[in-house]
Write a protein that binds this ligand. Structure first.
Ligand SMILES: Nc1nc2c(ncn2[C@@H]2O[C@H](COP(=O)(O)OP(=O)(O)OP(=O)(O)O)[C@@H](O)[C@H]2O)c(=O)[nH]1
Length: 365
């Protein structure tokens, strides 16, 4: 290597690749003179990792830095680079001459973001944030409505349970409510079914399956209250003739069967609006709601004509069905709810005394 003058230089590896610490070395050249005659140069080359470290650790926040070295004649070549080289195309450059050395640093700084660009970013960010907030708010409101509607549906179901009128299905908005609600509806239907069964059992006479005495009193009380509004109701009290004879002759089971079958045929041949109850023993009572006494008498006669003449109580035991009846009408002048029943009972007694199998009437005095 022939070097023209005394100098100190870095010798770097290929420029394109960032040199490792070991690839950069420092070369020092010193002329050897004899008198004025130049005999040659002494050249020393040594790895310079510490200088490399120094360069690599210079603070460089977001810029680009080049270490350049003087090369004869009057040119500088790049020996080291750091940072984002694309910044080199930009305008901002600062040159730092390292006095007394063949090196200088050239620095490009990242240009600050223009204000307009920042404002655009900020506006976009703001709009997006507002949109996002509005969306979240809308979703929240919708969800709140749905939850509130679905809770109302559950409240409606509870009301329907109380009224014993559970529907087969209830509409909900949220899929999460569907399964539990369907389960609730099933449970409610079961509960209401059981409730109705229990209630109906409690209101019916276990043998004849017509209403029992307690239900009769409740219904009578309800109807009695409507008399003041001008409504008219009548009643027929029935007593099976010679019931004791059935018991005594065919046994208690046959007597029971007579009650069962009598209850059945009564329900079959009366109107759906008529109220049939067993008051006890072989005594039944029919209330004809909203029916004046003359019309009730017609209905009682029709009943007598329609009821079967003979009933088969137990296999082979046939019984001729006869019954006596007493009729009256509820009156707003009655001081007690059961006064019409007392009048009808009196009429029944007359029917019995008169030979049975007939109906007597005791109108309001
Ligand atoms: N098998 C049966 N007998 C009953 C029941 N309740 C009451 N009795 C009987 O029914 C009979 C009632 O008879 P009564 O109505 O007094 O007499 P009757 O033979 O019907 O006479 P008349 O009413 O005058 O025609 C009594 O012997 C009671 O013991 C019952 O639930 N089952």
């Amino acid at each position: 290597m022939v070097l023209p003058e005394a100098y100190t230089r870095f010798v770097a590896g290929p420029e394109a690749q960032p040199a490792t610490a070991a690839s950069m070395s420092l070369t020092v050249s010193e002329p050897v003179l004899e008198g004025t005659t130049l005999l040659g140069h002494v050249i020393l080359t040594q790895d310079a990792p510490h200088l490399q470290d120094l360069f690599d650790n210079l603070p460089l926040p977001g810029g680009y830095l080049e270490l350049r070295q003087y090369t004869h004649p009057d040119t500088y070549t790049v020996v080291r680079r750091r940072g984002d080289e694309s910044l080199k195309n930009g305008p901002a450059m600062r040159e730092i001459t390292l006095a007394g050395t063949p090196w200088k640093l050239e620095l490009w700084k990242a240009s600050p973001q223009p204000l307009v660009e920042l404002l655009t970013y900020f506006t976009v960010w703001l709009v997006l944030s507002v949109l996002l907030t509005a969306m979240v708010w809308l979703v929240y409101l919708r969800l709140r409505n749905w939850v509130s509607e679905d809770l109302n549906t559950i409240v409606n179901l509870m009301t329907d349970i109380r009224r014993q009128r559970v529907r087969s299905a209830y509409q909900v908005n949220l899929i999460e409510f569907e399964k539990p609600l369907a389960m609730l509806v099933k449970l409610a239907q079961l509960t209401v079914g059981k409730q109705k069964e229990t209630e109906s059992q409690a209101s019916l006479d276990h043998l004849s399956q017509v209403y029992n005495r307690r239900s009769f009193e409740t219904r009578q009380s309800e109807l009695f209250k409507t008399l003041s509004q001008g409504q008219v109701h009548s009643l027929l009290i029935i007593d099976i003739d010679n019931f004791k004879y059935v018991n005594d002759t065919y046994g208690h089971d046959a007597g029971d069967q007579l009650i069962v079958q009598f209850g059945k045929v009564l329900k079959l041949h009366l109107r759906a609006s008529d109220f049939v109850a067993r008051l006890g023993g072989d005594e039944f009572c029919v209330i004809f709601p909203n029916t004046p006494l003359p019309r009730a008498i017609e209905l009682a006669e029709r009943l007598r004509g329609n009821l079967p003449a003979v009933l088969e109580l137990t296999p082979g035991v046939l019984h001729r069905l006869n019954w006596s009846g007493g009729m009256s009408e509820y009156s707003p002048k009655d001081s007690a709810e059961n006064q019409a029943l007392i009048r009808a009972d009196g009429a029944l007694l007359e029917a019995k005394r008169g030979g049975r199998n007939t109906t007597r009437i005791k109108p309001v005095a």
